[in-house]
Write a protein that binds this ligand. Sequence first.
Ligand SMILES: NC(=O)c1ccc[n+]([C@@H]2O[C@H](COP(=O)([O-])OP(=O)(O)OC[C@H]3O[C@@H](n4cnc5c(N)ncnc54)[C@H](OP(=O)(O)O)[C@@H]3O)[C@@H](O)[C@H]2O)c1
Length: 215
Amino acid sequence: MTTIGIIGAGNIGSQLARLAVQHGHEVVIANSRGPETLTDLVDELGPSARAATRDEAAAAGEVVIVTTPLAAIETIPVEPLTGKVVIDTNNYYPQRDGHIAALDDETTTTAELLQAHLPASHVVKAFNHIGAADLTGHASPAGTADRRALVIAGDDEGAKQAVTALIDAFGFDVVDAGPLAEGWRIQRDTPGYGPRLTADELREALAAAKRYRDQ
Ligand SMILES: NC(=O)c1ccc[n+]([C@@H]2O[C@H](COP(=O)([O-])OP(=O)(O)OC[C@H]3O[C@@H](n4cnc5c(N)ncnc54)[C@H](OP(=O)(O)O)[C@@H]3O)[C@@H](O)[C@H]2O)c1
């Protein structure tokens, strides 16, 4: 059993909280407005979950998921996440997030921005390319024919192993895209972004991905 901190309690944060609780983990979950606004969600999740502030979720989590709009990553606490595995689900939508020059010219990627904000943490990009409802709707046990696969990317092998184990337990095969810098292969508008794909299909989709600037 792991304590999973979740910063962001919207579509994805609440779904990952459901999966975490279903699979025997403790959840400490935060949003921007404060724990008192998460009463309905924690009531639904049951005794394994509690609402907290962003700082408390970061401190309590052995693994911490950041699943906010991209602009909020500057508010993610740094010190309590030192040495921890941090999962980044975020995507870049300029109409929602505002323009970020280094993403527009593709000199970095979304998860590398979070890694730069959290230099002493081990950021793994995951869960960014599956619709929120499908996190529970498409989950299936290991060995299921045509099991859906999800991509990870990260610079720390141990962190990637931990996230791989979590994703497998949640109900998905895992395809490793490589270091964080390769995370662009599963960014918005790439072939792997959105559809239900097996591991082999997802590897093909990653290989076929094109940079925005080359399209
Ligand atoms: N929706 C999807 O199907 C999907 C799929 C894959 C990846 N993603 C990506 O995952 C991220 C989250 O998406 P979402 O759809 O779950 O977003 P969402 O439904 O809009 O939820 C965002 C959550 O983040 C919280 N938040 C905002 N600013 C915060 C801050 N400074 N500190 C702590 N919490 C903060 C919000 O809290 P308040 O409500 O209190 O402001 C809310 O709980 C986005 O980057 C999105 O692109 C989404």
